[in-house]
Design a protein around this ligand. Structure first.
Ligand code: BES
Ligand code: MN
Ligand code: ZN
Length: 490
């Protein structure tokens, strides 16, 4: 989506959107139009039961000389500081117009500050994202027509703010593409290639570990998961140094299971195709690194994607196998389907030893139990530090990628003890997301502030929402970008 900012409405064909708050006088917001158009718009809004709810739209065609102009009144609701309200309004406009036949959208942003106008544009662009590369028979009317958004009359500063939003959009696009691609196309090696291409020339240092390097480092937990697949595992580290070396690193670690069959503890056939997006955490980390590097964030951040395919095979690991992780701790693999925590364990140890982060945040589609507890609205947040948990939750609220904290503690942690090894990787269904977090907690080193985000319910959507259509949501990119901007760039 092309986005631009202008002082006045352009010439030619376009749909015109006019935001209205509950307290606005409609005829004042429409002062730009002639009397007949104003009256028509007001009457048709009433006929459509338009009550200015956030993102609600009333549509009218007005006569503007040569053209029948499509006019959209879009609601802004009553609460001024509702989080992510501008994004929602922008997204609602795109959702309405994407395949409408209109090619350009002009938004009358008179009275909006620059930041808000840029956020509206972000929402409009984010909601236009589609992945049509595998559709060879898309009918004419199913094809998107809207390609351009012009924001008119916003306060100065909108364009500067847009530069930042555009970087986040680039990240969102990468994440959604990675999450959407099927597992025959996207596997550990091609995931790495995609990231290399996307980050090319931006100054991100890339390091990739193959199995040989993993074996040398003693990453037995990660290798155990990968050994059942003909697609070899990879660990991808992307390093963005936007601040001087005195500033401590922030580490992001993403679970990147490019397909999760469950392994020998195989999953039921029903719905298994969803497990192509079991790399949503890694996808979010990659997209975040692209966003940070694109906008030249003044922070030192390392993003790690731990990539493997979990398959059943003659060489696959078995339930009961005991593996030794890079940390030296041993793990009894009770269930080969609890593979995410195994790969994350070694990735977390590696990044802590290699990059000495002050803060480490992992993102993982870790447990089905997460969807049972929080559904699809919030991702689960677990942390060993209250300050970090609060800062992440706040970034979640601001970005729209919402987080809800769950407890941890010794009583839960104890459940992961094994009678034969240091721990087991699975302990039954009760509190499944919490015991998984406790497992990961055993790999956090002294003094590191750590948070775990279980994004199982939020990286993929079965129905459209404000900022995305059905499919990959891009969850995590706006969140982590905001977290860095608000806490590590001062
Ligand atoms: N990738 C799954 C979790 C998942 C399930 C994410 C459904 C999104 C939708 C994970 O690897 C897994 O299989 N977890 C098991 C853990 C259990 C064996 C302890 C689960 O949740 O059933
Ligand atoms: Mn699994
Ligand atoms: Zn998994």
């Amino acid at each position: 989506m092309k986005v631009s900012f202008a002082a006045k409405r352009p010439e030619g064909a376009y749909a015109l959107a006019v935001p209205v708050r509950s307290e606005d006088m409609l005829h004042e917001r429409l002062a730009d139009l002639d009397e007949a158009a104003r009256t028509l718009a007001a009457r048709s809004a009433e006929a459509q039961r338009f009550e200015r709810e956030v993102g609600a739209i009333a549509e009218t065609f007005i006569d503007e000389g040569q053209t029948a102009r499509r006019l959209l009144l879009v609601g802004y609701g009553t609460k001024r500081n509702e989080p992510a309200i501008h994004e929602r309004v922008g997204g609602a406009l795109t959702a309405r117009l994407l395949t409408s036949g209109e090619t350009r959208l002009v938004v009358d942003a008179t009275g909006l500050d620059g930041r808000s106008a840029a956020r509206l544009a972000f929402g409009a662009a984010a909601r236009s994202w589609r992945h049509d590369v595998y559709r060879t028979r898309l009918g004419r009317k199913q094809q998107p027509t809207l390609t351009e958004v012009i924001i008119v009359g916003a306060d100065a500063g909108a364009e500067a703010e847009w530069t930042r939003e555009r970087a986040v959009l680039a990240g969102l696009d990468l994440t959604r593409r990675l999450v959407t691609e099927p597992a025959n196309i996207l596997y550990p090696e091609t995931f790495v290639e995609r990231c290399r291409e996307a980050l090319e020339g931006l100054g991100v240092e890339i390091e990739v570990l193959d199995e040989k390097a993993m074996a040398k480092l003693g990453m037995g937990a990660l290798l155990g998961v990968g050994q059942g697949s003909v697609r070899p595992p990879r660990l991808l580290a992307m390093r963005w140094n936007g601040a001087d070396a005195s500033k401590r690193n922030v580490a992001f670690v993403g679970k990147g299971i490019t397909f999760d069959t469950g392994g020998i503890s195989i999953k039921p056939a029903q719905g298994m195709e969803a497990m192509k997006w079991d790399m949503g955490g890694a996808g979010a980390v990659a997209g975040t690194m692209l966003a940070l590097a694109t906008r030249k964030a003044r922070a030192n951040v390392v993003g790690v994607c731990v990539l493997a395919e979990n398959m059943p095979d003659g060489n696959a690991q078995r339930p009961g196998d005991i593996v030794t992780s890079m940390s030296g701790q041993t793990i009894e693999v009770i269930n080969t389907d609890a593979e995410g925590r195994l790969v994350l364990a070694d990735a977390m140890t590696w990044v802590q030893r290699q990059h000495k982060p002050e803060v480490m945040v992992d993102l993982a589609t870790l447990t089905g139990a997460m969807i049972i507890s929080l559904g699809h609205e919030y991702a689960g947040l677990f942390a060993n530090d209250d300050g970090l948990a609060d800062r992440l939750a706040q970034a979640g609220l601001q970005s729209g990628d919402k987080l809800w904290r769950l407890p941890m503690g010794d009583a839960y942690d104890k459940i992961m003890d094994s009678p034969i090894a240091d721990m087991k990787n699975s302990a039954g269904r009760e509190g499944g997301s919490i015991t998984a977090a406790c497992f990961l907690g055993r790999f956090v080193e002294e003094g590191v502030k750590w948070a775990h985000l279980d994004v199982a319910g939020t990286v993929w959507a079965d129905k459209p929402a404000h900022l995305y259509d059905k499919g990959a949501t891009g969850f995590g990119v706006a969140l982590l970008d905001r977290y860095i901007a608000d806490n590590h760039e001062g």
